[in-house]
Write a protein that binds this ligand. Structure first.
Ligand SMILES: Cc1cc2nc3c(=O)[nH]c(=O)nc-3n(C[C@H](O)[C@H](O)[C@H](O)COP(=O)(O)OP(=O)(O)OC[C@H]3O[C@@H](n4cnc5c(N)ncnc54)[C@H](O)[C@@H]3O)c2cc1C
Length: 250
């Protein structure tokens, strides 16, 4: 748990935050810190931004299954942060955090299903599975590529419609959970299909036996496994959709 205790014009911050994406290169970080220790679970949390160069901040990169190290564990030992760095009211940080998560989920969800990627998977299928009379040779792969393209197109159109419908405000809403869930599932399905298309060429990790693009595809597939976790898990998105979008009871 991250905690911040008042000391004059400052907070003294202690704790650690695991899975801080990009922390090794960041100038600033925002933290949800507990400032009221008696308040109920979602209250008493404050939203603080702090300079990564402040004494007491230590960043330890974590290696992912894909071999990349894009995220870290960040430690905070008696870090002195001015109270003016507080965003919003003390103890109301979860409200700020929830809105921020809607932006994050919109951007993670929006990553899936671009036309460029659809073309890419077609091209990979034609190269690795082969073509017969201008069509992907294997009918099962052809069906899967078509289904992927239909899902991607439907998803892109839904995103466009939702933006056009949001005439009163362009800020994301709880609908961002729907986009996060579907967009990341599309991306994971696309990566699974890519591995099916590549067959044994999708087993490369390092060395010259596999091309850079093949190794990149394998690592990309492993990286996509995080899609259902980062920015809030798929199960949590389903809960939000059920409660906040569909209005179902607890
Ligand atoms: C690549 C990557 C980058 C990340 N970057 C950042 C970052 O920059 N900053 C940051 O703060 N965090 C980051 N995270 C952390 C990420 O936001 C959390 O891992 C994620 O929100 C899940 O929380 P958790 O790990 O505490 O899982 P938990 O909440 O412990 O969940 C464990 C399991 O239980 C299930 N579960 C939990 N509660 C419920 C429920 N009520 N109903 C049904 N199922 C439930 C979950 O779906 C999951 O399967 C990153 C994670 C990844 C994978």
């Amino acid at each position: 748990m991250m905690r911040a205790e008042e000391d004059g014009d400052d907070y003294i911050v202690n704790g650690s935050k695991i899975w801080t994406s990009g922390a090794q290169g960041a100038d600033w970080i925002f933290c949800l810190v507990r400032t009221d220790f008696d308040a109920p679970k979602h209250e008493g949390i404050s939203f603080l931004v702090l300079d990564m160069d402040t004494p007491g901040v230590t960043v330890t990169p974590i290696e992912l299954i894909s071999g990349a190290s894009e995220f870290c564990q960040t430690f905070f030992d008696d870090v002195r942060v001015p109270k003016r760095n507080l965003i919003g009211e003390p103890g109301k940080g979860w409200t700020v955090g929830k809105r921020l998560l809607q932006y994050e989920r919109s951007s993670i969800g929006g990553r899936g299903g671009t036309r460029q990627r659809q073309r890419t998977i077609d091209e990979w299928a034609r190269e690795y599975v082969g073509e017969v009379e201008g069509r992907i040779a294997d009918p099962a792969i052809r069906d899967a590529v078509t289904a992927q393209r239909i899902g991607d197109d439907a998803y892109q159109l839904t995103i466009r419609r939702s933006f056009e419908e949001a005439t009163s405000s362009q800020a994301p809403s709880f609908l961002s959970s729907m986009f996060k869930l579907y967009g990341t599932e599309q991306n994971m399905r696309r990566n699974d299909l890519m591995m099916e298309i590549l067959g044994s060429r999708g087993l490369g990790w390092s060395g010259d036996d596999f091309s850079g693009a093949e190794r990149g595809a394998t690592r990309g597939w492993l990286r996509s496994k995080a899609n259902s976790i980062e920015g809030g898990t798929s199960e949590i998105q389903r809960n939000i959709i059920a409660k906040r979008v569909l209005g179902l009871p607890d």
